[in-house]
Design a protein around this ligand. Structure first.
Ligand SMILES: Nc1ncnc2c1ncn2[C@@H]1O[C@H](COP(=O)(O)OP(=O)(O)O)[C@@H](O)[C@H]1O
Ligand SMILES: [Mg+2]
Length: 369
């Protein structure tokens, strides 16, 4: 375990009764002081991971470490972790001050100390002056901040946030995204944030774990994951993508839509069936002759910054293009893209297999030196 690691999962499986496991052999490391996001569709196991970290449920198999100490058998109230729940779970009969003070009163801190810590926590979340307000008098965004103040007042090493912004409207949610990110930087505490919203994850995180069906599909920085999705699920889930079937011809050569293209991928088998991802913003509209693909424009929408243009090739594959230039519906046009814009993905490849394949090739230069 490296120095900066605060939480580690080693081959953790979680299974309820005889149901299929909801987490399968999950391993990861969380480094101190960073903003992590668990991203995935509903039911993929995000909340289960938080509950395992918080100690609200037990792992069926595997080990969980906190500060290099195995914590599988440590009760929730002895862990240096606080959770902000989806519905905030505030006490409606207590005012703002008492909601935040609750945990400190249980710990039997002196009144003066409680007073000081609660005021500090409230000012951290910009709720100075709201101490005596009732919870029902607070707006959605303010309740959110009370819930966060209640977590940070305990000075935990890790804060777990389970879809805390999902109940807010879009404008408020965007504001709170900035606030939370800022707060995490100022506090320097490790945040583990859960969301099913990929834009939120990309905007907020140092590191993202993309989860599907109880497995981490890919982990990395937002740009890693956006630029180099390792499988179809990640490519599809993160941003808009064009995905078509293809075949690897040799290193740096791939075929799709009946044509050969130069690409930057290597280490796959000859003739191996693959999937090709090209992001809509990586395609440029050009003349038929200059295009690497020839397509017909089916429809277009103005999206404020760019046009979203939907095209079809001769095999009726759909190609989405983002362009600041307008196209004409019905026109035959060319689409140009660089070799780097073609992302080749092996069918169902896991992150570990992907890393191993890349490692095996790091010494080989593209021109065979
Ligand atoms: N107490 C439980 N008993 C049985 N199954 C559960 C329990 N809690 C969660 N699950 C199942 O585990 C899976 C993952 O749930 P969860 O971690 O809550 O997903 P997410 O937070 O990503 O939406 C779901 O299929 C859910 O139905
Ligand atoms: Mg959940």
């Amino acid at each position: 375990m490296t120095n900066g690691v605060i939480i580690q999962f080693n081959n953790v499986t979680k299974q309820y009764d005889n149901d299929p496991p909801v987490l399968k052999d999950v391993s990861f490391e969380i480094e101190r002081g960073k903003f992590y996001t668990l991203l995935g569709p509903s039911g993929c196991g995000k909340t289960t991971i938080l509950r395992l970290i918080a100690g609200f449920t037990e792992a069926s198999e595997g080990e969980i470490f906190f500060n290099e100490k195995k914590i599988n058998d440590i009760p929730a109230n002895k862990r240096q972790v606080n959770t902000v729940f989806q519905d905030y779970a505030l006490f409606p009969h207590l005012n703002v001050f008492e909601n935040v003070a609750f945990g400190l009163r249980i710990k039997k801190l002196k009144n003066a100390e409680i007073e000081q810590k609660v005021r500090e926590a409230l000012s951290f979340v910009n709720l100075k002056g709201y101490e005596t307000r009732e919870i029902r008098e607070m707006s959605g965004g303010q309740r959110q901040r009370v819930a966060i103040a209640r977590a940070i007042v305990n000075e935990p090493e890790v804060i777990l946030l389970d879809e805390p912004l999902s109940a807010l409207d879009l404008k408020l949610r965007t504001e709170m995204q900035y606030e939370l990110r800022e707060l995490q930087r100022r506090l320097g505490i490790t945040f583990i944030f859960v969301t099913h919203d990929q834009e939120e994850a990309l905007a907020m995180s140092d590191e993202i774990f993309v989860i599907d069906k109880g497995k981490i599909q890919q982990s990395g920085t937002p740009t890693d994951i956006y630029d180099e999705p390792i499988n179809r699920f990640v490519a599809d889930f993160i941003g808009e993508s064009n995905i078509v079937k293809g075949r690897m011809i040799a290193d740096y050569r791939v075929e799709f839509v009946g044509k050969e293209f130069e690409c930057v991928d290597q280490g796959l088998n000859e003739n191996e069936p693959v999937e090709i991802v090209i992001r809509p913003e990586d395609m440029v509209i050009t003349t038929l002759e200059h295009g690497k693909l020839q397509v017909r424009v089916d429809s277009q929408l103005f999206r404020g910054v760019h046009y979203e243009i939907c095209c079809y090739d001769k095999d009726e594959n759909e190609w989405l293009v983002h362009s600041t230039k307008k196209a004409n519906v019905g026109d035959k046009i060319g689409l140009y893209f660089d070799a780097e814009a073609i992302h080749v993905m092996r069918h169902g490849e896991t992150e570990e297999e992907f890393d191993r394949r890349l490692e095996a090739y790091t010494d080989v230069e593209p021109d065979g030196k």
